[in-house]
Structures are given as C-alpha cells and as structure tokens.
Ligand binder design. Structure first.
Ligand code: PGA
Length: 255
C-alpha cells in the first residue's frame, strides 16, 4: 500500500523561537493524527533547524524531518551549499528536490535535479520531486506535455528501484502561495496522468506504489476534499504549514 504523506514546507520562514514553537505546536496534537507506516508527516524546515526537528521527531513514530534542497555535488569547496551526506547524518529522511522556486530563482534544470536525486538516494534520503506547470502553459492547455517533459528529463531516468524510493509532488505554479487551489478534479486529473505515465514507462505495479502529493494553497478547508481523490496521496503544504493548528487540522483531514 502506498504511503499517505502530509508534508510541510516552511520555505525561508520562522526564526528560532518561531521554529521551536511550531514544532512543539505540531507535536502537541500528535495523538490525534493516527499516524502509521502508511500515513506519515514530513516537515521541511530551513537548514538550521533540521537537526532539532529530526531529534524531536525521533520520539514520535512516523514523523520525519526533511530538507528543502540539497547540493548536486557530493562534497567539497561549494561555499554555502549543503550535501546529502550532511543532511543524512542529521537523521533526516526526506529532501524536497526541484521545487518551482528553486527552478525559477536558482535556475535549477531537470539535469541538475537528476544529479541532486542521485546524491540524495546515495545517502538513503527520499527525494520529494516537484513538478508542475506555470499559468501560461495551463492556459494553452499544454500542461500535460509540460509535466511529461519534466518527468522524462528527470525521474524517468531513474531505475525501477530508485523510482520506488521517490515521492512526487504535483504543484501547479499558479496555485503556489496564491490562495488559488487547483480544484480536486483538476488535481486528480493530473495525478492520474502522472500515475499512468509511470505505468507506461515502468509498470502498473510500480505506478501503484508511488505516492503523488498535491501542493498549491492547500489549507484546512480544502485538504479533505483534495485528499479524498483516488490518486492524491497527500499534500505538500507551504503557507498553511506555518500555523501549527492549521497544519494539525490538515494532517487530521487525511483519512
Ligand atoms: P503554498 O505552497 O501551500 O503556500 O501554496 C506550497 C509549496 O510551495 O510547496
């Protein structure tokens, strides 16, 4: 059975006191989350807090810390970068790769993202690979081709085993941080498309095992309806993950 995953992406938010309060606020409601091997929570904090997160979560089964990015290089003279090796040594289990903000502001190409995924997997980190189209592509009805190219140039270069250890997040760029969520029908349609592409490229059994998360203005009000869709296995939550009560409500809305 594929995993249901509620992932919070704090981006470049929260100072130390806010981060501590947020972690504690999320954990305060842990008993109500009903987590299991197949329903987990992942929190991607800024780098300075990832070890705090992973140490705190170690006492709470099925809660995991994540990084928001990792270097495409293994180690060495890359000032300011953080390697998969460093991240993994901090008992962190997941790493977001290819968020649209990384692609846009840091010019990360699918080629570089593939290198990052390889680095992550060499250290047993699970990449959460983000894909999704900008508004103009959606308006031209070219989004399926656009997403297919992102998959083909990046995660479809992986072996079967590598792909099995990858999570996909569909994040339409027009829905990120805009308050404009994709409707459950729009999201489900793309998720089913991605799963079908995996089935065609690899096989149906693998496609059924891969968790595909939806991201883009997920909040406590719309989460339940999105998560009820057949091919939506959870959410990658930005803004709403910065409020402990709202993030807790989103976790609880995953059945
Ligand atoms: P948002 O961000 O929930 O604030 O739209 C989602 C994301 O960028 O991962």
């Amino acid at each position: 059975m594929r995993k249901k995953i509620i992932a919070g992406n704090w981006k470049m938010n929260a100072d130390k006191d806010e981060a501590l309060a947020l972690v504690n606020g999320i954990l305060a409601q842990y008993d109500d989350y009903n987590l299991s091997d197949t329903k987990i929570v992942v929190v991607a904090s800024p780098f300075p807090y990832i070890h705090y997160c992973s140490s705190m979560f170690a006492k709470y089964p099925n809660m995991f810390a994540a990084a928001q990015n990792c270097s495409e290089h293994e180690q060495g003279a890359y000032t300011g970068e953080v390697s998969a090796k460093i991240i993994a040594s901090l008992e962190v289990k997941y790493v977001i790769i290819g968020h649209s903000e990384r692609r846009q502001y840091f010019h990360e190409t699918n080629e570089v993202l593939l290198q990052k995924i390889h680095q992550a997997q060499k250290k047993d980190l699970i990449p959460v690979f983000c894909c999704g189209e900008p508004l103009e592509i959606r308006e031209q009805n070219e989004h399926f081709n656009f997403i297919k190219a992102q998959l083909e140039e990046c995660i479809f270069q992986l072996s079967e085993n590598e792909l099995k250890n990858t999570v996909i997040a569909y994040e339409p760029i027009w829905a990120i941080g805009t308050g404009k969520t994709a409707s459950p029908e729009q999201a489900q349609e793309v998720h089913a498309f991605i799963r079908n592409e995996i089935a065609e490229k690899y096989d149906k059994e693998i496609a059924e095992q891969i968790s595909i998360l939806y991201g883009g203005s997920v909040n406590a009000k719309n989460a339940e309806e999105l998560f009820a869709c057949k091919d939506i296995d959870g959410g990658l939550v930005g803004g709403a993950s910065l409020k402990a009560d709202e993030f807790a409500a989103i976790i609880k809305s995953m059945k």
